[in-house]
Unconditional design. Structure first.
Length: 363
């Protein structure tokens, strides 16, 4: 076989694999599935766009506290490096096998009425948010994008987003380039904008040319938002105070449809909507609440166990890799692949409903 991959990359892969296997405290899915056999069978491979196994694993090698630790530099990586991605996908998404297929999209338009407010008295839930990710067809993911790609994608999305005329959703696109530090910091603190300098994305080579091509669109109320070129090409977000999941979903569906009319998205026949991180494949839906559950969260271990059983993920108040603050947690569906969009939302909805019951029952 001709050595397409440089010796330098091979050396980093060999050393990275050894580093992971020697890291006693590392609990990532990458460590578990990046075996010697996977290394040997894949280290010489390259995608057509030049993506290597190193591109897939480097964030998890650098950040030993990763939960997962892998990213796909382009769509082909999911197939070419299936030896690594498949077992990780299987384990993360509740047993999604290589023979399984993502079901057709079902956002649940007709079932929104079933999603009655989870917390009508406003005792537990601070806010509700549902987001999905999309990749623009024809473009690779962050590590393979050029500066010109970023600029073109941003210009295209600005036109599409500012062309939205719906009274509730219409808004303005704010590029990160030129945004004042005060405005940016406030938007991040208020949970509207992605943070800067994420070390997991940095190590995955996802922050090149920052802040070029990155920005946020939002309506006046900041209840409908679109992130451009953060982790994924697009993150489409609906959020509002309180626990009315139905309203949040309804708004997301309306906005998603308006954007999809104007922009073709990349979809994989088996993996559904394509994303940079394998945890987001399939529906790409993360439905979350910011919730106060002081009694049942007092015992952290027990709380984590209960959430795990209901396929719920716990994050801190400032998102992934942050800590809880004043007892407020971000609780969301963990699984995104191998179920429909509506089922992903339901995973969060049914689980949070149960958590509130448990909280109320605790004397
Ligand atoms: P994502 O899955 O969209 O990448 P992150 O964990 O990176 O989410 O968090 C992004 C931002 O969204 C953070 O500021 C986080 O606090 C905010 N966020 C997530 N869920 C909610 C929610 N239910 N209400 C308000 N803000 C939220
Ligand atoms: Mg994120």
């Amino acid at each position: 076989m001709t050595a397409q991959v440089s010796q330098e990359v091979i050396k980093k892969l060999d050393e990275g694999q050894a580093k992971l296997q020697g890291a006693a405290d590392c609990k990532s899915l990458l460590k578990k599935h990046f075996t010697k056999a996977v290394l040997q069978a894949n280290k010489w491979k390259k995608t057509k766009l030049g993506g290597t196994l190193l591109d897939c694993v480097q964030s998890g090698v650098e950040n030993l506290d990763s939960g997962v630790g892998v990213y796909a530099p382009d769509a082909e990586a999911y197939t070419l490096f299936a030896d690594l991605f498949n077992p990780i996908i299987d384990e993360y998404h509740n047993g999604f096998k290589p023979s399984d297929k993502q079901p057709d999209m079902d956002l649940g338009e007709k079932k929104i009425g079933d999603l009655v407010d989870l917390d009508p008295e406003g005792k537990f839930i601070v806010s509700t948010r549902i987001r999905c990710g999309r990749s623009l067809a024809g473009y690779p993911f962050n590590p393979c994008l050029t500066e010109l790609n970023y600029k073109n994608m941003e210009a295209r999305m600005k036109t599409i987003l500012e062309g939205i005329s719906d009274a509730d959703l219409k808004g303005t696109y704010y590029p990160l380039t030129g945004m004042s530090k005060e405005v940016q910091t406030q938007l991040i603190a208020d949970h509207f904008l992605f943070k800067e300098g994420d070390r997991f994305l940095q190590a995955a080579n996802a922050n090149r040319f920052w802040p070029t091509g990155r920005g946020i669109f939002h309506n006046e109320e900041k209840s409908f938002l679109v992130w451009v070129n953060e982790e994924d090409h697009l993150r489409i977000i609906s959020m509002q105070p309180g626990g009315n999941v139905g309203q949040v979903l309804e708004r997301l569906i309306k906005g998603l449809k308006l954007i999809a009319e104007k922009s073709p998205f990349a979809r994989h026949p088996r993996l559904g909507w394509l994303t940079f991180c394998p945890t987001n494949l399939g529906t790409t839906v993360r439905a979350s609440v910011h919730i106060k559950l002081p009694k049942i969260s007092a015992n952290k271990e027990e709380f984590e166990k209960v959430c795990e059983e209901m396929k719920l993920q716990i994050r801190g108040i400032h998102g992934e890799h942050s800590e809880s603050d004043a007892g407020v947690y971000d609780i969301s569906n963990k699984q995104r692949l191998g179920l429909t969009e509506y089922e992903a939302v339901r995973q969060m909805y049914d689980g949070v409903k149960k958590l509130i019951e448990l909280e109320k029952a605790k004397a």
